[in-house]
Design a protein around this ligand. Structure first.
Ligand SMILES: [Zn+2]
Length: 264
């Protein structure tokens, strides 16, 4: 993890998104407002416990794969809470889409609101609520919000043009104002104490980094306790739209200059 300070704002930069936990653990049970292509809402240690349980079943050490997976994940979480393993050791077994669940289950973070480009119809994680989904909100600690288009589009079915527009408008006021009011509708006071978290793969077109109106983005920067940025260089290349040449370093430079302008 790299720490840089720009006009007094602390920014923690990591390669793999789960490494932001190294910065989040220093906060005082803050909320997280996250911008990401993906929702990153898989259960903590899902990958680790799946394969570990799989090998135990194959070698005859246990016969209930699902139950063993649950036990193994709980075990890791307890080990962290009892200070038997460090956050770096946690990250050795955590994937880059399993950190949100870990953060709320360990009480490191209060509530996470993710504005993502990619939407899920449902989630098997009981801590996750999908805004605009089928189920009612029941104080879930992780909220996914993945609008298919920008507010105000009147098309009956959002199409390819909408997908481009949604990407181009990633940090425009019209998109972020909507997301901010959604977050507040779930948790009043959400923005009293929060971390602004950005995955570089949220930026999928050159236009997305050069908004016309981004006062809300600047406000989100300015009023955050601190900022975490995940470079995720491979995801940036996979998620960017056809013809877009953005890479993590360019996105990071763009973000730093916006932080500089916002905190002047
Ligand atoms: Zn549309």
């Amino acid at each position: 993890m790299n720490k840089v300070t720009v006009n007094k704002k602390n920014i923690y930069i990591v390669n793999s998104h789960n490494q932001v936990l190294e910065a989040w653990k220093s906060g005082n049970r803050l909320n997280v407002f996250s911008l990401d292509y993906h929702t990153d809402t898989r259960r903590a240690f899902q990958n680790y416990s799946y394969w570990r349980a799989d090998s135990e079943v194959k070698s005859g050490l246990c016969d209930n794969h699902g139950l063993r997976m649950k036990e193994l994940a709980e075990q890791k979480i307890s080990q962290y809470l009892e200070n038997l393993i460090t956050i770096e050791q946690v990250n050795d077994n955590l994937k880059h889409d399993e950190h949100l669940d870990f953060a709320v289950r360990t009480e490191m973070i209060d509530t996470v609101f993710i504005l993502s480009s990619n939407s899920n119809a449902s989630s098997s994680n009981p801590n996750v609520h999908i805004a605009d989904g089928q189920d009612a909100y029941n104080n879930h600690r992780i909220i996914e919000f993945s609008p298919p288009c920008i507010p105000g589009c009147r098309k009956a079915a959002h199409d390819e043009e909408c997908r481009t527009m949604r990407a181009d408008y990633s940090i425009e006021d019209v998109v972020l104002d909507d997301a901010v009011s959604r977050a507040e509708s779930f948790r009043a006071g959400f923005f009293d104490n929060y971390i602004l978290d950005i995955d570089c793969d949220y930026f999928n077109t050159e236009r997305s980094l050069n908004p016309e109106r981004c006062e809300t983005f600047k406000k989100l920067i300015r009023e955050s306790e601190f900022i975490t940025i995940a470079l995720e260089p491979e995801c940036v290349k996979i998620c960017r739209h056809e013809g877009c040449r953005l890479i993590s370093e360019v996105i990071l430079a763009g973000l730093i200059s916006k932080i500089e302008a916002a905190c002047r």
